[in-house]
Design a protein. Structure first.
Length: 559
């Protein structure tokens, strides 16, 4: 972030920037293209002071908050309070999933907000900036919610941008590194998804507005953006954040073929690695192999459940067998992977929990990837939220929506697992993050063509991941038995057993973490000395993609 004292900018945008906030950066690029002066400031808890300082320095006409995670509503509310308390008079607006779907509630909960920009923000925010000082015009701005006295006015919806190529490439600054000096960028080739999983915000977000449920950029524009990042910023690892990097229908496969062709023609295919997130039914051997030949390195798979009942409740439209097949396909092709998995969902019973634990054992015992799990949460506007509300099972508050299970003892079980596993599963320095990081770095090194010398490190890593997976499953089983075999009234008598299970789990985690850190430290000099043989040194060795199909000589192929 550049500091220019006493500069009055048009807008200062604030949001989580863990993997580059592509939504905010797209809004920023569009506004810049429209001639506005914009600044981006990252948000994270505890950063309020530097945000206040930035606001003083830039004196923006408008501050835009990116509330893409429902659970951050309160944090953003507090930040806005702090800004107002410091005398900041700028117009406050917010965008993202929750504000879009619940604009009135958002503005009631955060009285400091002057408006909400609903759904896709590029065009709406540009129009708001243009007419910021003419509130009488605001009712003509589509997809806006704003205050008029004590009333909240919600305007007509704006159709989705029909051609994503008409938007400028997202704003970028200096890329982060993912290890061994490899620079990374987040990418987006599409917006939206054709499915309607009951727990997911995506369908509600894009489906509430006129326009196609899923829109794709042209393969040329995606490749071109990658090439610019490769040449100008030295980016070698591209992380696609598309909701579903789809490869199921004929049309989607055709898109993919053109994309892969573009990667070959530009010489990128052999010199970059990339990651996608997709559904299990997108994966099929032939197309996967083609993607791997063009630099695909990692896949995040939306598995979600190992129980047929669970998959039905989540409306995933796949079965357990398909889940297993896709995971095995990735394993047999040596692809780095992680899965999304919800051990608990509203239909959970002891039987479905057992099914899930069996599934996790089947996929996790070999230590191929660390298993992680969570409880499905009913986000605003999702089908499951309304089902739970209708059934009188919805509880919690706006930032932490929750529900009760049909069997009261499962509520106890789930609370205990939360208590025991939150650090392992979600803390930035917990076992899962450490194992994932170690696994990722190993696979990155391996994928860039450095094989053999880290074999012992790999073996140790598989052992530790398998141990963590199996310890976790044992704890989950024992806990389930301890809780479910008792009447609620007698559960307190199980306190000691439960404490023993928890303490053993935590001891095991500590042991794994200590071992991992020492192994990692030992392997690090070796891994760090990777010669990076396939990374071209000079950006001049590449020409910009011109879409004409010109073959550009590529560097050393991937081993
Ligand atoms: C990339 C990503 C992440 C990245 C981080 C992204 C970041 N910015 O830092 C990582 C991997 C870290 C992540 C983590 C999580 N994520 Co996530 N993530 C995404 C994902 C897949 C893509 C985001 C994106 O780039 N979208 C593309 C852009 C173009 O769209 P957009 O963000 O919606 O932005 C547009 C509009 O919303 C609007 N807009 C957005 N902000 C603003 C601000 C202003 C001022 C204006 C005017 C407009 C505006 O304009 C933008 C352009 O049109 C989304 C799904 C999705 N499609 O959005 C889930 C999503 C946001 N994640 C979600 C969740 C639940 C999580 C986790 C809680 C998961 C977990 N169990 O751990 C964590 C929490 C992270 C944390 N901070 O603790 C949910 C949020 C649901 C909800 N209602 O709250 C989503 C929607 C996925 C889903 N299927 O439901 N996530
Ligand atoms: S979970 Fe994935 S497949 Fe299901 S609706 Fe959401 S983005 Fe689409």
């Amino acid at each position: 972030m550049m500091r220019k004292e006493n500069l009055r900018v048009d807008a200062l945008l604030i949001g989580y920037e863990t993997n580059e906030n592509l939504g905010l950066r797209s809004v920023m690029a569009y506004l810049q293209e429209s001639g506005y002066n914009i600044v981006l400031v990252p948000f994270f808890p505890g950063n309020d002071e530097s945000i206040i300082e930035a606001v003083r320095a830039y004196n923006p006409r408008l501050i835009g908050f990116s509330v893409i995670f429902q659970f951050t509503l309160e944090e953003f509310g507090q930040l806005m309070q702090g800004l107002r308390a410091n005398g900041v008079k700028a117009h406050f607006t917010a965008g993202g999933h929750f504000p879009s779907l619940r604009p009135e509630l958002t503005m009631q909960l955060i009285p400091e907000l002057d408006s909400v920009v609903r759904f896709e923000g590029e065009l709406t925010l540009a129009e708001l900036l243009e007419h910021l000082e003419q509130p009488q015009h605001w009712e003509q701005i589509q997809s806006l919610a704003y205050r008029e006295g004590s009333e909240i006015i919600v305007t007509q919806l704006r159709p989705l941008v029909s051609d994503l190529d008409s938007l400028p490439p997202v704003y970028r600054d200096e890329p982060q590194e993912v290890g061994f000096g490899v620079k990374t960028a987040s990418m987006l080739a599409s917006r939206g998804c054709l499915y309607n999983c009951s727990f997911c915000s995506i369908r509600q977000f894009y489906g509430s507005v006129p326009g196609a449920l899923r829109r794709v950029r042209s393969p040329q524009s995606v490749v071109e953006e990658m090439l610019v990042l490769f040449n100008d910023k030295g980016v070698r690892y591209f992380s696609f954040q598309d909701d579903d990097f789809a490869a199921k229908t004929k049309q989607q496969r055709q898109w993919l073929q053109s994309f892969l062709k573009g990667l070959s023609e530009t010489g990128l295919a052999n010199n970059i690695r990339w990651k996608i997130s997709c559904r299990v039914d997108d994966l099929e051997s032939e197309i996967l192999k083609k993607m791997l030949d063009h630099g695909l390195m990692a896949v995040y798979l939306g598995v979600e459940s190992g129980s047929e009942t669970g998959l039905r409740t989540l409306n995933k439209k796949v079965n357990v067998d398909q889940n297993l097949k896709s995971i095995n396909l990735l394993k047999s092709n040596n692809v780095a992977m992680a899965i999304g998995f919800m051990l608990f969902d509203p239909s959970s019973t002891t039987d479905t929990i057992h099914e899930n634990l069996n599934f996790l054992k089947a996929v996790g015992e070999d230590g191929y990837f660390p298993i992680n799990f969570c409880k499905m949460l009913p986000y605003a506007g999702t089908p499951i939220e309304s089902e739970l509300r209708d059934a009188g099972r919805l509880k919690g508050d706006v930032t932490q929506p929750d529900y009760n299970f049909l069997d009261e003892r499962l509520d106890w079980y789930e609370s205990l697992t939360k208590l025991i596993f939150t650090r392992r599963n979600f803390s930035p320095d917990g076992t899962i993050m450490l194992l994932q990081e170690a696994d990722f770095r190993y696979r990155l090194a391996e994928s860039f063509g450095f094989k053999g010398q880290t074999e012992s490190y790999n073996k140790m890593l598989r052992y530790l991941i398998s141990k963590s997976n199996m310890d976790t499953l044992q704890t989950l089983r024992e806990l389930l038995y301890a809780v479910m075999s008792q009447e609620i009234n007698y559960l307190l008598e199980e306190q000691n057993t439960i404490m023993e299970i928890a303490e053993r789990q935590w001891r095991n985690e500590m042991e794994i973490e200590v071992e991992l850190k020492s192994q990692f430290m030992e392997a690090l000099p070796l891994l760090n000395n990777l010669p990076n043989p396939h990374l071209p040194q000079s950006k001049d060795s590449y020409m910009p993609f011109n879409g004409s199909g010109v073959q550009i000589p590529s560097a050393t192929p991937k081993s």
